[in-house]
Design a protein around this ligand. Structure first.
Ligand SMILES: [Fe+2]
Length: 176
């Protein structure tokens, strides 16, 4: 199977426009990531930070890189999110909010090259890589992620705050 960024963006836009977009995007992600080596061969690992490949009110398509030794703070997306990894290993920590407001770890999902997962609109996750290598992948969101009002959380206290660059840096932790 061959892979191209433009083809992936087109397919993602089509899937997001289907009558059942969640199922359609999930299928697209598992088909696309079934051959992670084809993706790596086509696009390599030249990405140094997240890149928005396409975004409108219906769908956002991101090329993503998680740096090693960093714990990306818990956050939500306020829309369905679909994650796929083609290089490196990414650990997703999925949280639920207790009535006290505290975050409780609900699930730990390890994504190796070829693996995909989806997160519902209210889902909260934190992310780190498994080892000293970055993880590379694509994310699809069913909405315009860059401007939606969403939240970051302090993992220790559960306190939420608006998702801004400043708060993100404040909550970013070295992975120990
Ligand atoms: Fe996320």
């Amino acid at each position: 199977m061959s892979f191209s960024l433009t083809g992936f963006v087109q397919s993602a836009r089509s899937a997001a426009a289907e009558t059942r977009p969640v199922a359609a995007v999930r299928t697209l992600m598992s088909q696309t990531f079934a051959d992670p080596q084809a993706i790596a061969k086509a696009v390599g690992s030249s990405i140094s930070e997240d890149e928005i490949l396409y975004e409108d009110d219906e769908v956002s398509i991101y090329w993503v890189r998680f740096a090693p030794h960093e714990l990306v703070p818990p956050h939500n997306h306020r829309m369905h999110a679909f994650l796929g990894v083609y290089e490196g290993t990414e650990v997703n920590l999925l949280y639920r909010q207790a009535e006290s407001g505290q975050l409780e770890l609900a699930k730990r999902r390890v994504l190796n090259p070829g693996d995909t997962m989806s997160i519902g609109g209210d889902g909260i996750h934190a992310v780190h890589t498994e080892d000293a290598m970055p993880s590379l992948g694509f994310h699809i969101y069913l909405g315009r992620l860059s401007t939606v009002s969403r939240d970051l959380f302090d993992a220790e206290t559960g306190r939420s705050m608006p998702f801004t660059d400043e708060n993100y840096q404040l909550l970013l932790r070295p992975l120990v």
